[in-house]
Design a protein around this ligand. Structure first.
Ligand SMILES: *Cc1c(COP(=O)(O)O)cnc(C)c1O
Length: 394
């Protein structure tokens, strides 16, 4: 059997996987088992910010592997304390809880907001407002926050009390607010839903609304955070702070990790015994996280993210001018969507065949999440492959 058939045989069929089996990566390139080279403009869903085999990251993790991998949260390690201090400083929030994934971060944020409400009202009947086309994870709590009925249908009964408003429609949020509203959860840039960017008016409006009503503003920056959009957190481009923040993906840059982070007011609701995770923030994860912050700071990589984003956007807008089937280019920093007037499946497949990894976000949108180390030359090569793939499939 070939690798693809073996994967179908042994792995549960929960993903529509591409027929490619990777062997290793270096820089922004991936190599499959036949040593064919691919430009990776997807970064493992926006995780591998530094591409593959980034020397400072590999060195730090290698050393940690020898020293200490895991001890549980009954004890401290310097790595995890320093990682939390890095997150505190970067987010301008106060307390950090480390998780292993994005879904656990949104679950944790949900529990924290509910606990705050419970302490305030003395009853556990809170409601949460989320957005249509949002994505917050796949567990039975986080999938309910995810505004996509298709992901929920077969798995009920899910948690109660979640309502869905529309992105960039403040009135639609206001219409759902009640005495029971404990939190509003929003991705500043919706990732899986098709790369839709919140307007400044919308996010600042939510901030004011949450302040007025003492509701937790939860920002899910699992995909758009950690420098992906050109600032360490996307909300700094909106001049607001969340009450609770969800992180994952880029926070470990390849090591499975996440966090939810809160300001003093909401963090105070959490008491010993309320929440836990065996692995969450173990010393390997702590080392990954603090190393990510160290690299970002020492290399001033986010300046480069902003520059290379401008270059990429310019090239994509040229493509948009060239092909009338491209309806819109959206996104911030290195989180970009290209919406077509038709399904993009074949274009994405041709790109893959020709050595460029991009993926879909919804049937008509091509999504790109290139590594932060992408150069102008890489962009030129990627655009040439994309150009050919569009040409071939329209
Ligand atoms: C990926 C993602 C999640 C879920 O993260 P997992 O690590 O897959 O559980 C949650 N929220 C957003 C915005 C995401 O992009």
């Amino acid at each position: 059997m070939n690798y693809y058939d073996r994967s179908l045989d042994a792995l549960m069929h929960a993903y529509g996987r591409y027929n490619v089996t990777f062997d290793h990566g270096d820089g922004i390139h991936l190599y499959d088992v036949n040593q064919k080279e691919y430009i990776d403009f997807f970064s493992g869903i926006g995780v591998n910010s530094f591409g593959y085999n980034y020397p400072a990251y590999v060195e730090a993790m290698e050393k940690q592997l020898h020293r200490l991998m895991h001890i549980s949260n009954y004890f401290n390690t310097v790595e995890t304390i320093e990682a939390a201090e890095c997150v505190k400083k970067a987010t301008k929030l106060d307390k950090v809880f480390f998780t292993n994934s994005g879904a656990e971060s949104t679950e944790g944020a949900l529990k924290l907001a509910r606990k705050y409400y419970y302490q305030k009202h003395g009853k556990a009947d809170s409601e949460i407002i989320s957005l249509n086309h949002s994505f917050h994870g796949r567990t039975t709590g986080s999938v309910k926050l995810t505004g996509n009925a298709h992901y929920q249908e077969a798995f009920g009964p899910l948690i109660e009390g979640v309502k869905y408003a529309n992105i960039n429609d403040l009135e639609s949020v206001k219409a759902l607010i009640s005495e029971k509203t404990a939190a509003i959860i929003v991705e500043p840039v919706q990732g899986e839903g098709g790369v839709y960017v919140c307007t400044k008016e919308f996010l600042t409006g939510l901030r004011i609304l949450c302040d007025e009503k003492d509701i937790a503003l939860i920002l899910d920056e699992v995909q758009c955070g950690m420098g992906r959009t050109g600032t360490i957190m996307t909300y700094f481009q909106y001049d607001i702070l969340p009450d609770i923040l969800c992180l994952a993906k880029g926070i470990g840059a390849g090591f499975p990790m996440g966090a939810f982070v809160a300001n003093k007011k909401f963090a105070a609701a959490m008491e010993p015994g309320d929440h836990g995770s065996t692995y969450g923030g173990n010393p390997m994860a702590g080392q990954a996280c603090r190393t990510v912050f160290k690299i970002l700071e020492e290399t001033k990589m986010l300046d480069h993210v902003q520059d290379i984003s401008e270059y990429l956007i310019e090239k994509l807008d040229d493509l948009k001018d060239k092909y009338s089937c491209i309806k819109e280019r959206r996104g911030l920093g290195l989180m970009i969507g290209l919406e077509f007037d038709r399904p993009v499946k074949d274009i994405v497949q041709t790109c893959l065949d020709n050595g460029l990894i991009v993926v879909m976000a919804g049937a008509n949108v091509i999504r790109m999440l290139p590594p932060f180390i992408t150069t102008e030359k890489d962009v030129d090569q990627a655009i040439a492959i994309l150009d050919q793939a569009i040409e071939k499939n329209i």
